[in-house]
Design a protein around this ligand. Sequence first.
Ligand code: FES
Length: 118
Amino acid sequence: MTLAMNFGRAINISLDNISFEIIYDGEPHQITTRNNEYVNLMMLIYDRFADEEFGDCRGMGKCGTCMVEILNAREKLASFDRNEATTLAKMDVNQQNIRLSCQLMIDKNLNGLQIRVL
Ligand code: FES
């Protein structure tokens, strides 16, 4: 862990790798990233797989186009909790392992997960 200064505030930056699998278009891809390399999981998927229709509202939690299924979820993932429950309910999704990737932070809790882009 590294301590850095940002506008006079001390912040913790972890340089530890975070590794997980993204299943995109049926193909598994091993991903390695770091805390804060991307704002959220949606931005990572959008950047690495260049799908223009993915993440239409750019992380507002309203469009539902960034849905992913966590295939081996162990615990509740850290979330931004903006509009996610409302958007999933509007789409008749009530499975705990289906999430909006824009609401999931890139952190160590993603390590070892298999995440299928829906
Ligand atoms: S990007 Fe629109 S809900 Fe996630």
